[in-house]
Ligand binder design. Structure first.
Ligand SMILES: *Cc1c(COP(=O)(O)O)cnc(C)c1O
Length: 362
């Protein structure tokens, strides 16, 4: 029998709807979304379009579907997308860009998932029959496997300038856009302005059970509707999901600052554990990636020990883990997780490899 998980730091998707969110869901006005008749969906899409400074928006079941639809609208088979090497669209979407849109992705080597206009200039293909056609730039705000880092506005501007010089479209994967907004006090529409399409996820830090909202020009959203239908993403009384989204936009945005503070405190504790390296020098949002190599433990070993205490932290690589703070994780919880990590890693003699490494390092 596996132990129940009490503290789930595996992702901010681990959030469960709060009692008040469940009440908002129960009270939702609904209609047939496919016919454009769901009042809650219509209210949510109008609200997100205006939040992101775009003409229109569309509700889809997941963040991945927002990325996939945007790529299908922007790209034709043989086109190429420019994205950070650790981008979600490269590593975590079952190759949808190639499987469904026939588009390849050129991975850009960069630190923290953030590249520059120069990188775009270097990545754009010459127009010739043997090359893919450069077509779209994808950026993540915040960068997931870049450690939750925030793309600064001027870096976005340099990438947009290079993209426009080569007639590329720009897409923002804004799974955690509102984390960036809260971390920096820059508005969502300022971040979204240079992008032809952008979306935000309701089921991450905002704490909803499902859904994302994709925004763009009226023409872009018109095309997006065709793909939403083709992919089977057109729903009926999905207003019960939109009601959660509207509730979250009212009540769960400002509190993202707590998640960021909790992540900072967790990172601080981890930095003080011998053998742990925290990936980002300064934690801007709610993701904490850390390397365990110096402890002599593998991520699997640490994970199994933590699970015995009812604590789950994500395994990224053999020696790399990711802890994510969110609505259901308090400051006390992150300190409890850190206490257990300290204790596990402090038991040097319980683990011969750790003891060896310690000797070598001292
Ligand atoms: C989670 C995530 C997605 C996908 O969102 P889902 O709602 O899980 O489908 C896309 N991009 C980034 C950067 C993410 O973190």
């Amino acid at each position: 029998m596996t132990d129940p998980i009490r503290l789930d730091l595996v992702s901010d998707t681990a959030t469960c709807p709060t009692p008040d969110m469940r009440r908002a869901i129960a009270d939702a006005d609904v209609g047939d979304e496919q016919r454009g008749e769901d009042p809650s969906i219509n209210a949510l899409t109008e609200r997100v379009a205006s939040l992101l400074g775009k003409e229109a928006a569309i509700f889809v079941p997941s963040g991945i579907m927002s990325n996939v639809i945007a790529i299908l609208v922007h790209c034709r088979p043989g086109d190429e997308i420019i994205a950070a090497e650790n981008a979600h669209i490269i590593g975590a979407e079952a190759a949808a860009a190639s499987a469904l849109a026939g588009a390849s992705i050129q991975p850009i080597a960069c630190e923290f998932g953030i590249f520059s206009g120069w990188d775009v200039e270097a990545a754009v293909r010459k127009t010739r029959y043997r090359s893919p056609r450069s077509r779209l730039i994808n950026i993540e705000q915040t960068t997931n496997r870049g450690g939750g880092s925030v793309w600064p506005l001027d870096t976005i501007a340099s990438v947009a300038k290079a993209g426009h010089a080569h007639n590329l479209s720009l897409h923002m994967d804004g799974a955690r856009l509102l984390n960036a907004v809260i971390a920096t006090d820059v508005s969502a529409d300022a971040y979204a302005a240079p992008f032809d399409s952008c979306w935000l996820d309701l089921s991450k830090g905002l704490g909803c059970p499902a859904g994302s909202v994709l925004a763009g020009s009226r023409a872009f959203i018109e095309d997006a509707w065709w793909w939403k239908h083709r992919l089977g993403g057109a729903m009926r009384q999905s207003g019960i999901l939109a009601a959660a989204g509207l509730y979250a936009l009212d009540h769960h945005v400002d509190r993202l600052a707590d998640d960021h503070e909790n992540a900072r405190q967790l990172a601080e504790r981890l930095r003080n554990i011998p053998g742990i390296d925290v990936m980002t020098p300064n934690i801007q949002t709610n993701l904490v990636f850390f390397n365990l190599m110096g402890t002599g433990f593998t991520a699997d070993e640490i994970s199994n020990r933590l699970l015995k205490e009812g604590i789950r932290i994500g395994i990224e690589q053999e020696f790399r883990m990711r802890a994510v703070t969110h609505l259901d994780i308090s400051l006390k919880d992150v300190h409890e997780a850190a206490d257990h990590l300290e204790r596990i890693i402090g038991l040097e003699n319980a683990h011969p490899r750790a003891a060896n490494e310690r000797v070598q390092r001292s």
